[in-house]
Design a protein around this ligand. Structure first.
Ligand SMILES: [Zn+2]
Length: 438
């Protein structure tokens, strides 16, 4: 008889939802060693072939890959709910930018990201794509929280306290990247804010850096009708066509929002193998519109899901985004079969990983990938009866049902308590900022 293989951790759950392949497995165990997934195997095989140093048994749970929040501005957690019920331009120009000009410092970013990371981890988000000032301060906060993150290095054509001109933004961002490029859970992207805040010359520089340093590019794109109309009036082309001419598009380009697309834009995104991040709540709350997700997916564009920042959402809740994405796709297309639950879970996990260039490392429960796992309790009265756990994960369960979270095999949330952060201290810091910012 062969000797059993020793592994760090064996997690059994009522349902295992590996994403690859689709569906929910019963009677299976996820094996973890050295922070990575060793395999997803039937109970009998696990008992026969493996000896785990730690065993976790989840008697009423679904175990699935950690959710990937493919677009946010985490430090803006400190501005949650500060200005509701206004348009994107009013919101930015009268509420957000003035406060950011006055208050945003590395300390602000570190506190805001820590609070936001706590919220995300408690809601089953193990990786986020964060675009904000002082990415070095954000990096420290994610490291302390134990969360995986992609840091978008922000670039604007106008000055802020963070940087004076496009070159200064790039230098500050690339210095942060140099300081943290060996951090195992962090990666980096160039993040010009939007085609209406960044000019052609800056985009050209960004493309040069992207090629030299092998960094992907992300930007807010065609979030509002006004943005599209103004671009066509000024240059006769959509912002996407303009970026394409500048060499920005390609398989390492992430177009955030993409709500208002001109004729030909969907084909262009597909042809260039760009990624789109759908942020349904933010697009509704700012009255921007509803992205044509069904058309994008039908053309083969990889569509991930994001919450957008907590000042325009106002929760970093991927369960809410999954459900809304499913419902909006059905309503927009007039087809109840649009975006079935399995596909939405794929968008919130593997498609997010793919958009962030992390598809080889996270996004599904496949041997060799990092052990980013979440357990969702589906055994409460509100869940009964339960015919299909995949459906329940999108249409019934909320983020409050996430009981346990592992990132790279480390248990970050244990029975709804964070193991890396002091929740009382976080609340106290949030109170201090609230008094300052109010
Ligand atoms: Zn955004």
């Amino acid at each position: 008889m062969p000797t059993p293989r020793h592994v760090d951790l064996a997690i059994s759950a009522t349902w295992v939802v590996p994403v690859e392949p689709a569906g929910a497995l019963t009677g299976h165990v996820v094996l973890v060693d050295g922070g990575k997934i060793v395999g997803v195997v039937p109970d009998a095989e696990a008992a026969r072939d493996y000896l785990a140093r730690e065993r976790v048994s989840l008697e009423r749970h679904a175990l699935l890959p950690g959710l990937v929040n493919a677009h946010t501005h985490t430090a803006m957690t400190l501005l949650r709910g500060i200005a509701d019920d206004v348009s994107l331009s009013t919101w930015l120009e009268q509420h957000i930018w003035p406060r950011e000009a006055e208050y945003v410092t590395p300390e602000y970013v570190q506190d805001g990201v820590t609070l936001g990371a706590a919220e995300m981890l408690r809601g089953g988000i193990t990786c986020c794509n964060d675009m904000y000032f002082y990415p070095d301060a954000a990096a420290r906060a994610y490291q302390a929280a134990g969360m995986r993150a992609v840091l978008g290095l922000p670039v604007l054509d106008f000055p802020t306290p963070y940087a004076s001109d496009p070159d200064a933004y790039l230098q500050a961002g690339l210095a942060a990247r140099d300081a943290f490029k060996h951090a195992p859970r962090l990666s980096f992207m160039l993040a010009p804010h939007a085609p209406y805040t960044v000019g052609d010359a800056t985009f050209e520089k960004i493309v040069t850096y992207a090629h030299q340093l092998d960094l992907p590019i992300q930007t807010h794109l065609q979030e509002t009708q006004r943005e599209l109309d103004e671009s066509i009036a000024a240059s006769g082309a959509s912002p996407l066509v303009r970026l394409d001419r500048l060499g920005v598009t390609g398989p390492a380009f992430v177009a955030i929002h993409s709500v208002h697309l001109a004729p030909g834009d969907v084909e262009l995104l597909a042809r260039q193998r760009c990624h789109v991040v759908h942020c349904p709540t933010s697009n509704l709350k700012l009255a921007s519109g509803i992205a044509p997700v069904g058309e994008l997916v039908a053309q083969g564009v990889n569509v991930a899901i994001g919450t957008d920042g907590p000042a325009s959402n106002n929760r970093q809740d991927m369960f809410a985004e999954m459900r809304l994405a499913a419902l909006l796709a059905k309503a927009r297309s007039g087809d109840a079969a649009a975006l079935p639950a399995q596909q939405v879970i794929g968008m919130a996990t593997l498609a997010g990983a793919h958009a962030l260039g992390l598809q080889e490392r996270i996004g599904s429960l496949v041997a060799g990938k990092e052990a980013d796992l979440i357990a969702v309790n589906l055994g409460e009265l509100d869940d009964a009866p339960l015919y299909d756990p995949i459906s329940h994960l999108v249409h019934v369960a909320g983020r409050e049902r996430v009981t346990d979270v592992w990132v790279g095999g480390v248990r970050i949330l244990r029975d709804r308590k964070l193991t890396t952060l002091d929740e009382a201290a976080l609340l106290a810091r949030a109170q201090l900022w609230q008094q300052k910012l109010a």
